[in-house]
Design a protein around this ligand. Structure first.
Ligand code: SF4
Ligand code: SF4
Length: 257
């Protein structure tokens, strides 16, 4: 150590160098880093782009999982906040193809699950069109689970909501009891079998699981932030539900250029 610089002074200069050379670890990153999906999904990304090359969502959407992983890896809070408010994190289909090919065993899909969780918790999902779709999806899928015991159930389908499915699907819906019986299901019947009616005591148990695992709290959080956004957009909750379910602006897809 030279005469002019004490050990503590040297240490301070080193600390300063580290401080200015690397982005400061922020609060959002701190929160993200507590999520086991981030711990599983992000070791060290070398930016090779293999995840993007294999990703089916990147084929259709203006979407690049490599950039998402890189943004999180930089730990810059401003960039992470922009990501949480963007459409980008909602394009992923969670197929996990990226994880099978990453040379560093990262999982972009897992990183994205952690980002979505934080976006939902903080209400940032209401800042993007694809993020706002969390409201109708949360309402429909969790409503089905809690009321019927199924994530998706034919009794909730309405052909008017899915005209793209064509006339055969319309006919199946109109004759579903007969169609499902012929396929061997026990549609809304008691006892065992596919599509059987789930007893109330089992539905009560499902609700209790939601309560203790944070599911109920998450539903309330999504509802609360969506209500605030609906008010900001001058809509009733019914209008907001219909709008977020069906509205799709141009600009999301690769072939739109
Ligand atoms: S494949 Fe893995 S290492 Fe390569 S860019 Fe994607 S996450 Fe990073
Ligand atoms: S999990 Fe998401 S990011 Fe990974 S390949 Fe599938 S769609 Fe792409």
């Amino acid at each position: 150590m030279g005469k002019g610089v004490s050990f503590s002074g040297f240490f301070y200069i080193c600390s300063l160098y580290v401080y200015v050379s690397f982005p400061k670890m922020g609060k959002l990153y701190d929160e993200l880093s507590q999520d086991y999906r981030l711990k599983e999904g992000l070791k060290t990304c070398i930016n090779c782009g293999t995840c993007t090359a294999i990703c089916p969502a990147a084929e259709f959407y203006k979407y690049d999982p490599r950039k998402i992983v890189d943004t999180v890896q930089r730990q810059d809070d401003e960039e992470i906040e922009a990501l949480l408010k963007s459409d980008t994190i909602w394009y992923c289909g969670e197929c996990m193809s990226c994880m099978t090919r990453c040379p560093r065993k990262n999982g972009a899909g897992l990183v994205i699950m952690a980002l979505r969780n934080l976006a939902a918790k903080k209400g940032y999902f209401t800042c993007s069109e694809k993020g706002r779709q969390l409201y109708p999806l949360t309402k429909a899928l969790n409503g089905n689970v809690l009321n019927l015991g199924y994530c998706v159930h034919p009794s909730t389908f309405a052909y008017a909501d899915h005209p793209e499915s064509g006339p055969v699907f319309e006919w199946v819906l109109a004759h579903k009891e007969d169609v499902y019986a012929r396929l061997g299901a026990n549609y809304q019947g008691d006892g065992a079998g596919a599509l059987r009616r789930i007893p109330q005591e089992d539905l009560d148990e499902l609700k209790a699981i939601y309560d203790v695992t944070g599911g109920t709290e998450r539903l309330e959080t999504v509802e609360r932030f969506s209500k605030a956004k609906a008010e900001e957009m001058g809509m009733t909750m019914e209008e907001y539900l219909a709008y977020t379910f069906s509205h799709c602006s141009p600009g999301h897809f690769n072939d739109e250029d």
